[in-house]
Design a protein around this ligand. Structure first.
Ligand code: HEM
Ligand code: HEM
Ligand SMILES: Nc1nc2c(c(=O)[nH]1)N[C@H]1C(S)=C(S)[C@@H](COP(=O)(O)O)O[C@H]1N2
Ligand SMILES: [Mo]
Length: 397
């Protein structure tokens, strides 16, 4: 009844949408299951998933640079912002997705599942959309909580799921756009009709509750990267000031297995590859070279970040002293014997930037072992995973 009053005002909704609406009207005894609720939550999800997708793609390109693209070094804090936004929009989407699925679940019970070929295709696209959304939010949350209940490569699976989900989302928007527009532009409050007014209040309370839950999740996680929120951010996995020398530690020297190596063999840095004179430099050699300081954040892919002052030798000076070409690239390797993060790459722009450092000091002190003593890479606008610690080898390409 109520539903018919509303749907009577649809003028531009497609036939399918209208028939579908009539057919399931009986199942929808609550205003929370009406298309207006689904459309409002859908709009919010459309915005948050697009923000997640764009920032996720940036993270992908920063780490796996295609040949036609060079990830820039400026602004120095860009990745800190984009990856912080990625994790925060992802986490705040969880209540939106749950509410949306709850709002539309009577559709899942409708029979037959499709009324026409077009409707069947539209509904098939829900599989990648819903499956992909659940997978993205689950795998992302587990990853930042450092719980890895899988054996596949997280970035690869998460990346593929993002492409599949966005494909499904585009089809879904195509299918629901006109219905969403119609229900959202209808004036919903009718002061003459008390039943309709009650529904409006119920829906507003529901949407308000979902928004408040998302807001709480935001506050509970944003302290990962916003220092003054860290005291109330109960779910933040890292606090910007917690850790040796005031910076969190991702992988400790013990965990990386570098302690025996550092204590058994004297440290040397090897610079070779496309250079005129391969170099072997001791820690004293490095300390005697011209030093430079820069204030740069560590911005982890997991969304936490913290800024510090780093002092060391500009990579470009280091490579120039070995006689490398100005537009070279380089591969940087850690003493760490195994693990995915022991190697990282520097593109030509990163080498050219004077603030890309082989750092020996953090906030005015010799690096802590856990922050990569004796020498670590730190550069502007680089994802944390690429700020390699315990650097022992630079190969110029
Ligand atoms: C992650 C994003 C989204 C997910 C997972 C999602 C999921 C769903 C599902 C499963 C349905 C039920 C469809 C059926 O069974 O036939 C649905 C319906 C709907 N969605 Fe979305 N949706 C999303 C985003 C959007 C967006 C961006 C819009 C805005 C255009 C939107 C508007 C709608 C509308 C209007 C309905 C129809 C509700 C009804 O007839 O009761 N959705 N959505
Ligand atoms: C709770 C939600 C989410 C969290 C916590 C999360 C977390 C993460 C993390 C930690 C990474 C870095 C992976 C790495 O390089 O090791 C990542 C990458 C990425 N995310 Fe998410 N994510 C979430 C939701 C989403 C959603 C909804 C999308 C797309 C719509 C998405 C798309 C991507 C993409 C494309 C990447 C790049 C993967 C790559 O490096 O190849 N994420 N995400
Ligand atoms: N050799 C090595 N370097 C590494 C890592 C690692 O596991 N091994 N972790 C990286 C990651 S994921 C981050 S976020 C930064 C964190 O630096 P920090 O521990 O000094 O804060 O170090 C990076 N450098
Ligand atoms: Mo990281």
């Amino acid at each position: 009844m109520r539903y018919e009053q509303l749907s009577g005002r649809f003028t531009k909704a497609t036939d399918i949408a209208e028939r579908e609406a009539e057919r399931v009207a009986d199942a929808f005894t609550s205003p929370l299951h009406e298309p207006r609720t689904a459309a409002l939550l859908g709009m919010a999800l459309g915005i948050s998933f697009t923000a997640c997708f764009v920032t996720g793609l940036l993270s992908h390109f920063a780490q796996y640079e295609p040949s036609w693209f060079m990830w820039p070094t400026r602004p120095a804090g860009l990745y800190r912002v984009t990856q912080g936004v990625h994790v925060l929009t992802g986490i705040t989407s969880i209540p939106l997705l749950l509410a949306k699925l709850w709002s539309v679940y009577p559709h899942f019970l409708s029979w037959p599942p499709a009324q026409s070929v077009a409707h069947g295709i539209e509904r098939l696209a829900l599989l990648p959309l819903v499956g992909g959304s659940v997978f993205l939010l689950f795998s992302g949350t587990a990853n930042v909580a450092r719980w890895y209940p899988w054996t596949f490569s997280f970035p690869r699976a998460h990346y593929s799921a993002a492409l599949i989900t966005m494909g499904g989302l585009i089809m879904h928007i195509g299918a629901k756009w006109s219905l969403a527009r119609d229900v959202l532009k209808t004036r919903e409050v009718s002061y003459e009709d008390s039943e309709l007014l009650e529904d409006t209040h119920a829906r507003r309370a529901f949407i308000g509750g979902v928004a408040a839950t998302s807001g709480l999740l935001f506050l509970a996680t944003a302290g990962n990267t916003i220092g003054w929120l860290s005291n109330i951010s109960g779910l933040a996995q890292r606090r910007p000031k917690d850790g040796p020398q005031g910076i969190p530690v991702n992988k400790s020297a013990f965990g990386a297995g570098v302690l025996p190596i550092l204590s058994d063999t004297p440290y040397v840095l090897v610079i070779d590859g496309a250079v005129e004179t391969p170099l072997r430099l001791t820690l004293d050699d490095l300390r005697q070279m011209p030093q430079r300081s820069a204030t740069l954040p560590i911005a982890c892919v997991e969304g936490w970040s913290a800024s510090a002052q780093w002092t060391g030798i500009a990579i470009r000076d280091l490579l120039a002293s070995a006689g490398s070409e100005p537009h070279a690239k380089a591969t940087v390797t850690s003493l760490q014997p195994k693990g995915g993060y022991r190697i990282s790459h520097l593109n030509a722009g990163q080498i050219a930037d004077a603030d890309t450092l082989l750092a020996l000091q953090l906030n005015g002190e010799e690096l802590h072992l856990d922050h990569g003593w004796p020498a670590r890479l730190i550069g502007p606008n680089r994802p944390g995973v690429m700020q390699t610690k315990w650097v022992s080898h630079i190969e110029v390409i």
